[in-house]
Design a protein around this ligand. Sequence first.
Ligand code: SF4
Length: 494
Amino acid sequence: MCGVVGVLHSYLSNDVLVDAAYDVYRSLLTLQHRGQDAAGIVGYDFTTRKFHSHKDLGLVGQVFNEKVLSKLSGDMAIGHTRYATTGSDSKLDLQPLVTGFPVGLGIAHNGNILNYHEVSRFFSQDRGNQLLTNNDIELFQNFWCQSFSQYKDNFLGALIHGATEIVDKLRGAYALVGMVSDEGLFALRDPNGIRPLVLGQKREGNRLSWMVASETVSMNFLGFEYVRDVLPGELIFIDKKGELFSKILTKGHVAKPCMFEWVYFSGAESSIENQSVYGVRLNLGIGLAKQVKPFIESGEISPDIVCPVPDTSRTSAISLAEELGLPYREGLIKNRYTQRSFILKDQEARERAIELKLSPVVSEIQGKNILLVDDSIVRGSTSIKIIKLLKKYGAKEITLAISCPPLKHACFYGVDFPDPNQLVARNKTNDELAEYIGAKRVIYLTEENLKKGIGLEDVCMGCLDGEYPTPTDGSEEFKRRREEHKKSLALECL
Ligand code: SF4
């Protein structure tokens, strides 16, 4: 899971040029929660016909400063915040990826290609191409470069042909932004629209600007007006004059956006498929309250307060407390300068992060029965530590309410839990799980209430029910290589 953004400024008459890279930089700051491993920006200057690029490991604020940004001149730019699910930490694998032949092409994507190994063998063995990275973004580059070589005098035809090949041959999730030298900005979303991608526009004097980004939060922050979501299977191209071209490349695919975007990943202030993330999280809390109520009425649990595990679950906890008529209290305060534990690479790093990031508010938890709300249980280690911490500071009894159904299957679309054996809910009943983590009871949101809360019937729930929106052949090789890669990273850390 990553964040992507592309900006193009076009001018209706001569005007003072504004570097798009600065807008992209500010957008990346709003998308930092989508990836914290690395960040990159590539700008393109239509006047000098030059690309300017900078990317490195680290947070957006660490990778870029004023001096670096001043060198990324040009009225078109794309950017990326990285959360690695394929590839390595090598700088070669960072995005955006740029090439100069047969055209100047820069691309960045969010998602994951399930048949990456099969298609990379096709390019390296059958076509004799030298692949330079371990990143699936290079496959997109190869498809388009092949197409631009084949259709030299027909730019748009080549762009469409390359995108059609991609949609036909690559299986998985991708929300991609790109740019072509002398031509303009483009975007492509996979046929099921698994990862989010939105389109926005801004008019200022003689300047018409377009933005394509992972989330609407980037647009709100920069004063862009949300136009619409990029549709599943849609290719969008915006030329340097600001004219937009669109083509739907697929037929018969059902949109299946990732449910976890609303539950956990996306910023609360964003909207996906026109469904406010904050609003959905409130709905999930209401649905969960309806499920918790019978346990309170039967006297099985008697919570004094509702307490969220910060930050994502705060919204659902508020509506759950309101619905049950219970006081909402912040019993745990998050140190905002630590990274999200789920997004960190190995178990040890995650456990260290939990210790560092939550402080108990003793006055609110001492002597209380707590209805603790979290957005998910992945490995269970976070829940164990939090419950231990609350009890250590005087909590009497803890019921854990989860605003998502149990995660039991792998995700092949960009979320890093490919080995199902790591998912604690897979082999445990709710009672066994409660005992394992030290809670009185665990109450999961039902799949029905999840869909109701999101307000869409068709969403990807592959990690809940094992029904994936794409064929999953190649998943075994994908899982095996991913595990090998993680082990190699762990060894490097020793
Ligand atoms: S499998 Fe789960 S996490 Fe992955 S895309 Fe589908 S819903 Fe999202």
